[in-house]
Design a protein. Sequence first.
Length: 559
Amino acid sequence: MKTLDFKPKFFSAIKNYDRKTFVADLMAGLIVGIVALPLAIAFGIASGVSPEKGIITAIVAGLFISLFGGSKVQIGGPTGAFIVIVYGIIQQYGIQGLTVATLMAGVFLILLGVLRLGTIIKYIPYPIVVGFTSGIAVTIFTTQVKDLLGMQIDQVPSDFVEKWGAYIYNIGSIDCWSALVGIVSVFIIAITPRFSKKIPGSLVAIIVMTVAVLLLKQYAGVTSIETIGDRFSINSTLPGAVVPELSWETIKGLVGPAVTIAVLGAIESLLSATVADGVIGDHHNSNTELIGQGIANIASPLFGGIPATGAIARTMTNINNGGRTPVAGIVHAVVLLLIFLFLMPLAQYIPMACLAGVLVVVSYGMSGWRSFLAMMRNPKSDVTVLLLTFFLTIIFDLTIAIEFGLVCACLLFMRRMAETTEVRAVLDEIDLNEDADMERGNLEHLTIPEHVEVYEINGPYFFGAGNRFEDIVAPFGHKPKVRIIRMRKVPFIDSTGLHNLENMCLTSQKEGITVVLSGVNAKVDAVLRRNNFEQLLGTENICNHIDLALARAREIVGA
C-alpha cells in the first residue's frame, strides 16, 4: 500500500536555513504583501463580499498554503479566476452557502492529494484551460464596466447578454469623473513597469487616484465619484473562527459549486507551481500542493474568507524579488495582517473606478488572447473544444464550463487512446525484419498458409478499441479454417477488450474457425488465464510467437 504523499516544502526548506536566505525571503515577502493588498481588496469586492474578506483570505490561505504546500515559492490567496464562481454562489446560496461550498472544496482538494491525483490534473487538455481562462477574463471585464464608467444602474443583471444590454440601455448615465479615474488608473498600471519593475502598478494607481479623488472632493466639489466607504463599512477586526451549520440538503445542493472550486483551484495552483519550477529550477510535489490548498480552503472560510489558490502573478513577483522558500509566503501573510489591523480604515477612500481599473488590467492579463488566437490554427477538434468552453463560461457559468471541460477531457483522452490502437489484417506474408515474437533463423518473410487469416493488434486493447474487429471485414474472400490474432504489441487488455475478444472467439467457433493467439505477453496472458481463455481456446492455441502460431495453424488445416 502506498504511503501518503504529503511532504510540505516548508519543513525541508528550514532544515538548512540561514540568515542570507531569510533576508531575501523577508524582502520578497514584504514586496509581495504590498502587491497583494490592492488585488485582495479588488477580488473581494468583485466576488460580491466586503473588501476585508479578500484580505482575510490572503492572510489565512496565504499562510497555510506556504506552510503546507508542495512548492517552495507559491503565493496563495484570492484570484481573479474565482470571481465569477464566488459571485454566482453568493447570488444563489448566500454567504453561508459560499462558506459551506469552500469547506467542501477544501475536503475535495485534500482527497485529490491523498489519492495521488495531482499529476492527473495537469493532463487536462490545454484548449479547455485556455477556453475557460479566457472566458473568465471576459466575464471579469464585463462585471467591472459599471464601476469603471460610474454608471448609475440599481441592479445589474447576472446574465452576460442581459448585462451588456443593461450597459447599452444606461449608457447615458456614465459619470465622466468616475470614467476618467478608471481610465487613468488603467493607464498608470500599464506604464508603471516601464519605470519600476518592483513597485506594482496597481498600488501606484490606487495611491495616486485616491489622493486625486480626495483633492477633487475637497477643493473642486466633485462628489459623484463612489469610493469603497460609500458602499461598504470597513471592519479592521480579525474575526474568530466560526463553523457554519451543516445539513445534508445544503451539502447535496452545493456539491457542484464545490467541485468547480476544487477543480479550478487545483488547476490554477498546479499551473502556477509548474511555471515557478521552470524559473527557479525546482520540482514541486503536486499531491502535497493539493493537500496544502485543501487545508487553506478549509481554514479560510472559517475566518470569513473566500476560496483561494496559487496566484501566478504574486508567485512570480515573489521569485523576481528573491524569494526562494515558503518563509517569503509567510512573511507576505504577516505583512497583510499588519496592514489589515492598522491601515485598513484608509481603504474606505479608494475609488471604486480605480479598483475596476485594476481588475480590467487583471482580466487583460488572464485573457491569454495570443494563445487563444494561436490555438485557432490547431486541429478542428481542439478549436471546437476551445470555443465551446469559452462560450459556455461567458454565457452560462463556470460550473457548466468546467463540468463540460472535464467530460471533454475524458472523451478526448479516450478518442486519442483509441486512435493509438490499430487492428489490421495481414495479407499473404509476414515481414520478420521488425518482429520480436518469432524465431526467424535466416528467413525474412513467413508465408501465410492457405485457409488461414492473420490479424494484428497494435496498442492497448481496451474499451476504446474493443469493437475494431467488428469494423474489419476479412479481405480474403473465403471463410478460413484458422484465424490467428497477433497480440505482440498489446501492453494490456481491459474488460471490454476481453468481452469483445471472447465474442469474436465464440463467433469464430460457431463458424467452424479455430482462433489462435500469438505473441501474448506475460501480463496479458495472466489476464486471459484468469478469464478462462485456456478452456475457451485450448492451451495449444495460445502461442508465444508467430512461428508456433503458424505451425499450429498448419496442423489444424492439415487435419
